[in-house]
Design a protein around this ligand. Structure first.
Ligand SMILES: NC(=O)c1ccc[n+]([C@@H]2O[C@H](COP(=O)([O-])OP(=O)(O)OC[C@H]3O[C@@H](n4cnc5c(N)ncnc54)[C@H](O)[C@@H]3O)[C@@H](O)[C@H]2O)c1
Length: 307
C-alpha cells in the first residue's frame, strides 16, 4: 500500500514511518521540516512544504492509497492564544485536504484527533467514544470540527475515514523541550538536574500511552476495515502527575524536585480512555507497562544529554 503521512516527520509520524516500512508498505511524508532526531531514511519519499501550500499538498497525494493526517499547527495551551489562526491553519486547510482526497480517490483518511481534549470534563470514567464531547480549548474544538467534516465528506462523497483519539503519548523522539508531553519533559528536566514544573497540585490524572503501542493502533486503523469510525487509543489506565513523578524518581534513581504552579483553567481533572472498542474491532492492545515505557524514554533522554 502507498501511504502518505502528513506531518510524518514529527514524534508520532516518525515511529509510524518505521512501522509501515517494516510491514512492507511504501511511505511518503509531507512535512514542513526534517525529523529532529535522526537523518532522512533512504526508503522514504519526502515532500517538504507547509500544510497551507495547497499546490504542494495536492501534488503529494498523487498515487497514494491511504493518508494519515498528523498535522496540528497548535497545542492545547497555545491554541487559545489565537483561535482564528487555529481554525484557519487546521480546520480550513484540512477541509481542502479532504476535497483533494475525494478528487484523487484516496481510499482512506486516518485522522489523529485527541482523546485528551475532545471530551472536555468527562461525566463518567473511563470515557467511551460515545461520551459527550465538550472541549475546553480551541485545539479540542478544531479537532472535533475536522472529525465532523470527515463524517460530512463520507456522507456527501463516500470518503472512507477513521478518527483516532489518542491519550497522552510519550517515548523516544518526543521533543523534550516542548510545553507538553509530561513523561518526556519531566525526564529531560531530571537529566539536567532542573525542577519539574507541575500546574496545580499534581492530582490531575491522565492516560499515558507509550509510542510503540500508539503506533501499533494507528497502523491497525490503516490496514483494518472496521465497522466503527472513531477509536480511543490509550493505555486505559490513569496516573496522576504525582504518581508519574514518583515513578520517574524510583526508576531513574535521581532526586526529583517538583515545583507546583497555579492550576490551568483548561486542564480537566481526570482523563482515562475506554479502549475496548479498539481492542475488539482493531484487534489491538497496548502492551507496554508504564515502568518499561519510562525506562525506554529515559534511555533516549540520557543519550540526548550524553549522560
Ligand atoms: N503527542 C501526543 O501525545 C498526541 C496526543 C493526541 C493527539 N496528538 C496529535 O497527533 C498528531 C501528531 O502529534 P506529534 O506529537 O507527533 O506532534 P509533532 O509536533 O511531533 O509532529 C507534528 C509534525 O507536523 C509538522 N507540522 C506542523 N505544522 C505544520 C505545517 N503547517 N505544515 C507542515 N508540517 C507541519 C511538524 O513539522 C511535525 O513534524 C498531532 O495532530 C497531534 O495533535 C498527539
Amino acid at each position: 500500500m502507498n501511504v502518505l503521512l502528513i506531518g510524518g516527520n514529527g514524534f508520532i509520524g516518525s515511529h509510524l514511518v518505521d512501522k509501515l516500512l517494516e510491514a512492507g508498505h511504501k511511505v511518503r511524508v509531507f512535512d514542513k521540516y526534517e525529523e529532529s532526531y535522526r537523518k532522512p531514511l533512504p526508503e522514504v519519499d519526502y515532500r517538504f512544504g507547509d500544510f497551507s501550500n495547497r499546490g504542494l499538498l495536492a501534488d503529494a497525494l498523487a498515487g497514494i492509497d491511504n493518508v494519515v493526517h498528523l498535522i496540528s499547527t497548535t497545542l492545547p495551551k497555545t491554541s487559545n492564544d489565537d483561535p482564528v489562526f487555529d481554525v484557519q491553519s487546521n480546520v480550513v486547510e484540512s477541509i481542502f485536504l479532504l476535497e483533494q482526497c475525494v478528487a484523487r480517490k484516496i481510499k482512506r483518511v486516518i485522522f489523529i484527533s485527541s482523546g485528551g481534549t475532545v471530551y472536555g470534563k468527562p461525566e463518567t470514567l473511563p470515557i467511551g467514544e460515545n461520551s459527550p464531547t465538550d472541549p475546553k480549548c480551541s485545539y479540542g474544538i478544531t479537532k472535533l470540527t475536522i472529525e465532523k467534516y470527515l463524517a460530512l465528506f463520507n456522507l456527501l462523497y463516500g470518503l472512507d475515514y477513521v478518527v483516532l483519539r489518542p491519550s497522552n503519548a510519550y517515548g523516544e523522539r518526543q521533543n523534550p523541550n516542548n510545553i507538553q508531553g509530561a513523561v518526556t519533559v519531566f525526564l529531560s528536566k531530571v537529566a539536567r538536574g532542573e525542577p519539574i514544573e507541575i500546574w496545580g497540585d499534581g492530582d490531575v490524572v491522565r492516560d499515558y500511552i507509550y509510542i510503540d503501542d500508539l503506533v501499533e493502533g494507528i497502523y491497525r486503523a490503516v490496514i483494518v476495515n472496521s465497522p466503527s469510525r472513531i477509536f480511543n487509543l490509550g493505555s486505559g489506565t490513569g496516573y496522576s502527575l504525582n504518581e508519574i513523578v514518583a515513578a520517574i524518581s524510583r526508576l531513574t534513581g535521581r532526586d526529583v524536585k517538583a515545583e507546583y504552579k497555579p492550576k490551568r483553567s483548561f486542564d480537566v481533572s481526570r482523563i482515562i480512555l475506554d479502549i475496548s472498542r479498539a481492542r475488539q474491532e482493531l484487534r489491538w492492545k497496548p502492551s507496554t507497562s508504564l515502568d518499561s515505557g519510562i525506562m525506554k524514554t529515559w534511555a533516549f533522554i540520557k543519550e540526548l544529554n550524553q549522560i
